[in-house]
Design a protein around this ligand. Structure first.
Ligand code: HXC
Length: 519
């Protein structure tokens, strides 16, 4: 064979690989409103940047007549490319080949790029669209999954890992995405569950649809498994590009600061008026966040789940930060089990990857009641406390209004190594609200008052006294627990100054194998 023939063979093989499972299956994929693996990668990465590995890999199975069915690339497209010029490793399962199912060689391809991403120190994005373990390969497929899981675990906290679910993801296969940092699910075309509707019905008798059991809506609003729900795949791919822009390449690097045209000393007069007169009246914390971050740009994570707390990424003077904020507009911003877990995971992610944390506090406390206690609010609340307390990244806390009880301590307080703790003049930092305090402190006196009006007047008088003394920022500021009381409209400037000052912060935790966070 002379050289032109050899080159022609290469070209033919490449075309064969790119054809995936063939025209019919590609058409079927498109009919379902889904893109192929290569189309997804094309949208995700910078134009022309993708370098594919292992295009010529084929499975090695001889069972169930599989030796007669071979496809180049074996159901997963792997390689690397760039997003905004930064190296990203990627794999995308190809549903047109054996339903994207995972064989021994398919797993080896994924492991190869994960290993290389670890050596290079670059993020991995996995696009999942698969019927799960390749049934014909039996335990080899299970072993392949476990190889991936182990790499997900070792890579955790070293390189960012993002999973997109753009099709089926069932059985043990769900655990690779679950081990990664973020999961993106496309609406109406993706699902995740450990056991599907058929097995569920057989084992428990429960009849439930695929969508209700493991669809994007459920996982984004109820289970919290999914961090982002997107209307279609293209939106998901663009979202992952944006998400990457806030992250460093690995745990030894800082996130990349970009040019910022938004003035750092922009005064937001509306913030001086945003806290309602009535302390029980809600307002939208999102308005506060959008007013202070660069160009009103906030990438909210878990926006539909545990809405009493908001978490997400933003930039201040071009510097990426993680934002955590109680949301008075939903359940008065109370901390419950779900909110604690959601925020704890986010805080830990930021700390892994050197992303400073800015916390906006307006929290009435932990949610009381048997449902919370039976569900273990103690252990879940402790997760958030643990996450803030162990975090060594710069931490800036702004207390807008309520900061009561244990929730005060938890929400990035000074004693949990908050670096800069500012409060607005409307802050109320105390052990509990006036009503609860008066009922406990004045219980005996109240028992002796029989007349209802007299009783109400007494409660009001005592509440006012309590508020006067405790429901303000100055008591905490007197002890140095609050570094300064700031004018709300100047919040953006104070945060940016703080971040600039803290950019060189160095803080270490005591040496240990790893901590024992209350799981
Ligand atoms: C081999 C598979 C496959 C699998 C699908 N295919 N899943 N081949 N192993 N697991 C093949 C089909 O034979 C078919 O081949 C093609 O992929 C497309 O599948 P369809 O069924 O035609 O597609 P669709 O109707 O869209 O249904 C998709 C599906 C269904 C819901 C994913 O295929 C399905 O239920 N598959 C089995 C799922 C499953 O039980 N997997 C094992 C889970 S246990 P042709 O040649 O016709 O195109 C597991 C354990 C992991 O994963 C443990 C890790 C620790």
């Amino acid at each position: 064979m002379n050289n032109p023939e050899k080159i022609q063979k290469l070209i033919t093989l490449r075309e064969q690989a790119k054809a995936g499972g063939g025209e019919k299956r590609v058409a079927a994929q498109h009919e379902k409103g889904k893109l192929t693996a290569r189309e997804r990668i094309h949208i995700l990465l910078d134009e022309g940047s993708f370098e594919e590995y292992d295009m010529f890999v084929q499975h090695r199975s001889h069972d169930f007549g599989l030796e007669k069915q071979t496809y180049l690339s074996d159901g997963v497209v792997t390689g690397h490319g760039t997003i905004d010029g930064r190296v990203i490793y990627v794999y995308a399962q190809d549903f047109t080949i054996f339903g994207g199912s995972l064989s021994e060689t398919h797993a080896q391809k994924i492991c190869k790029i994960m290993d290389q991403a670890m050596k290079v120190g670059a993020p991995v994005i996995g696009i999942n669209d698969s019927g799960g373990a390749r049934i014909q390969e039996g335990v080899k497929s299970l072993a392949g999954y476990a190889e991936i899981f182990e790499r997900n675990i070792l890579a955790s906290g070293v390189i960012p890992q993002i999973s997109a679910i753009f099709g089926p993801c069932a059985g043990g296969a769900v655990y690779s995405p679950a081990l990664t940092d973020f999961i993106v699910m496309s609406e109406n075309s993706s699902y995740m569950f450990v056991t599907g509707p058929k097995v569920t019905k057989a084992v428990t008798g429960e009849v439930i649809s695929t969508e209700a059991l493991g669809g994007a809506q459920m996982h984004s609003s109820r289970s919290g498994v999914s961090h982002f729900m997107v209307k279609d795949e293209e939106a998901g791919l663009m979202l992952m590009r944006k998400l990457i822009s806030y992250l460093p390449q690995n745990n030894l690097e800082d996130p990349i600061q970009t040019e910022c045209s938004d003035p750092i000393d922009r005064l937001e007069d509306d913030l001086n008026e945003i806290i309602p007169e009535n302390p029980n009246e809600p307002y939208d914390m999102l308005d506060v966040i959008l007013a202070v971050v660069d160009r009103q740009d906030f990438l909210e994570v878990h926006s539909q789940y545990a809405r009493n707390i908001m978490v997400g990424f933003a930039k201040f003077n071009g510097m990426p930060v993680g934002v955590v904020a109680n949301q008075p507009n939903h359940m008065a911003g109370v901390l419950d089990i779900e909110a604690s877990r959601k925020a704890a995971r986010f805080v830990r992610f930021c700390d892994c990857f050197n992303i400073p944390i800015v916390t906006f506090v307006d929290v009435p406390g932990f949610l009381p009641g048997s449902a919370q206690e039976f569900g273990g609010i103690i252990i879940h609340g402790a997760k958030l406390m643990f996450a803030y307390g162990e975090a060594t990244v710069p931490k800036i806390t702004i207390t807008l209004r309520k900061s009561y009880g244990g929730a005060h301590d938890v929400m990035s307080s000074k004693q949990l190594r908050g670096d800069l703790n500012y409060a607005w003049p409307s802050a109320e930092i105390a052990v509990m609200g006036a009503k609860g305090a008066v009922e406990i402190l004045e219980g005996r006196a109240l028992k002796e008052i029989e007349d209802d009006d007299e009783r109400a007047a007494y409660i009001e008088k005592k509440s006012n006294e309590y508020n006067e003394k405790f429901a303000n920022p100055y008591e905490a500021a007197r002890y140095g627990y609050i570094d300064d009381v700031i004018e709300p409209r100047n919040t953006r400037f104070r945060i940016i100054r703080g971040l600039q000052t803290l950019a060189t912060k160095k803080e270490m935790n005591p040496p240990k194998k790893h901590a024992n966070i209350p799981l």
